[in-house]
Design a protein around this ligand. Structure first.
Ligand code: SAH
Ligand code: SF4
Ligand code: F3S
Length: 470
């Protein structure tokens, strides 16, 4: 099924002009000293990728970056709305900025991202946090320079929530945080409306970037030394449906795989309802594609999957997993799970436990259901107490720990290619990751950070492996 075609638009000349004007103003205000921005990102990699665009625009506007809020001229929190806990953290940390603003009244404090697309949140910020001078949502990224300019010059508070959720913008300058690990968005938004999820409301409708733009960016990343590229989308399997010439995700993956060079290619997230055999075959045959599939199943109970509006059942999910295990040698599987969805009984929960025992995931991202304002599940009857849900959650963690430990133990003695990602401050050991996304710690020189190495796995401690260089 294809969707209405969405043609991209470029960042306008007006925004470029605004960035030039901001640079001029800040040069005068700072008397030639470079202005500094402090950016803090909450939530998923989509937000990380958005922050890299915001940083790109700030860089063109003359800013450099600091890790110390006290040194900053501009502070921005890019927020996440996916669970209540995520929102509470933001409110707590914004509240803590009140004193900083008192000490440095010239600082501009701003909030953006998914939380800010919700009217009740923006209203609360407006009334309870008067020291916040700029607020904008995910649909306003393409005129961030203009908003920043207004907030800097007018001296009035600027609040903007967009409704441009069917538009797609290109041509952003991007400041990539990682030297050898990079995020590459291939699509934005989501059309799935899982009943618990706020994402479609704060990120808008699904829209895919054009293949040539993605390939160009991937090439640039590889040429500049990126070793680990993650393609991003809320449901990458649905890629290509808003393009003039629709294209499957598997085809896109093949084309990026064919660029050539020394890199790993990953993607997030796949929705089980459209995880095709074509995609699994592509992973199996790929040269650079990680043997890793993150396939969130959320619940093992068909009754709950239906209430979640997930459009697959346990049987279909397990068939997909069986096909993937058969085709992809050394496959590592990960997933997301929600515990305590409204109406879930202990019997339903036991189906989730039996599914994780059957599949044997490498690792899991587990969440207790959090009601989100405006989603259907917010209104569902939810008779199970928080305490009871907490017990189920604990039980899930224990079962998964046992599975992960067993899986990791089975890798001892094997040889693995890993990407060295950093140095552990406490022990001085190197931190690395396998293609299947499993952490390996080993002794070695810090000059190896950013390179691929072959290691022998010597020990397993729960879900972390110990290894040595070969
Ligand atoms: N698009 C991705 C997931 C994005 S949100 C996908 O479909 O897989 C990441 C995870 O957060 C989800 O997979 C889900 O497990 C969890 N999540 C989303 N909304 C939630 C809520 N209201 N309460 C608890 N967990 C939630
Ligand atoms: Fe949320 Fe479902 Fe869309 Fe994922 S697929 S972002 S869980 S609505
Ligand atoms: Fe959070 Fe928005 Fe991502 S709600 S999980 S940052 S898409």
């Amino acid at each position: 099924m294809s969707l209405p075609v969405i043609k991209p638009q470029n960042l306008s000349e007006k925004q470029t002009e605004m960035m030039r004007l901001i640079a001029e103003i800040m040069e005068i205000r700072k008397r030639g000293e470079q202005p500094l921005a402090y950016i803090r990102t909450y939530g998923c990699q989509q937000n990380v990728a958005d922050s890299e665009k915001i940083k790109g625009m700030l860089e063109v506007s003359g800013f450099s970056f600091t890790d110390t809020p006290d040194d900053a001229d501009f502070i921005l929190f890019n927020t996440c709305a996916v669970r209540e806990h995520a929102e509470d953290r933001v409110f707590g940390n914004v509240g803590a900025l009140k004193n900083l603003k008192r000490r440095h009244p010239q600082i501009l404090i701003a909030l953006c991202g998914c939380m800010m697309e919700q009217k009740h949140i923006a209203d609360r910020i407006y009334s309870s946090f008067p020291f916040v001078g700029l607020v904008f949502g995910t649909h306003s990224l393409h005129h961030f320079p203009e908003l920043l300019y207004r907030a800097l010059v007018d001296g009035r508070r600027v609040f903007e929530r967009g409704n441009d959720d069917q538009m797609l913008y290109e041509g952003f300058p991007v400041h990539r945080d990682g030297a050898f690990k990079g995020w590459l968005p291939i699509m934005y938004g989501c059309n799935n409306f899982c009943t618990y999820c706020i994402v479609p409301y704060v990120r808008g409708r699904e829209r895919s970037r054009e293949k040539d733009v993605i390939l160009k960016e991937a090439r640039q990343m590889i040429e500049s030394g990126c070793k680990d590229i993650t393609l991003l989308g809320q449901n990458v399997n649905s890629y290509g449906k808003t393009l003039e010439t629709p294209l499957s995700f598997a085809r896109l993956l093949q084309e990026i795989d064919e660029i050539g060079g020394d890199y790993w290619l990953r993607f997030m997230t796949s929705h089980p309802k459209d995880c095709s055999k074509e995609l699994i075959d592509t992973i199996a045959c790929g040269t650079h594609i990680s043997k890793h599939l993150h396939l969130p199943f959320q619940s093992g109970s068909d009754r709950i999957l239906k209430a979640m509006n997930r459009h697959y059942d346990r049987k279909k999910y397990l068939e997909t997993i069986a096909y993937a295990k058969e085709k992809i040698e050394g496959l590592s599987l990960t997933s997301d799970i929600i515990v305590g969805f409204p109406g879930e009984t202990y019997e339903d929960f036991k189906e989730t436990l039996s599914l994780i025992r059957e599949v044997e995931f490498t690792s899991l991202f587990t969440f207790i259901f959090s009601p989100r304002k405006g989603t259907p599940a917010e209104k569902f009857d939810d008779p199970v107490s928080a305490e009871e849900k907490g017990k189920w959650f604990q039980e899930l963690l224990e079962v998964q720990e046992e599975i992960a430990a067993k899986r990791c133990a089975s890798m001892v003695g094997q040889q693995e290619r890993v990407l060295i990602e950093g140095v552990k401050e406490k022990t001085g050991e190197l931190n690395a990751r396998t293609s299947g996304n499993i952490i390996v710690e080993l002794q070695g020189d810090r000059s190896l950070v950013g390179s691929f190495q072959n290691v022998k796995i010597t020990k397993a401690r729960n879900w972390i492996l110990k290894g040595e260089l070969i």
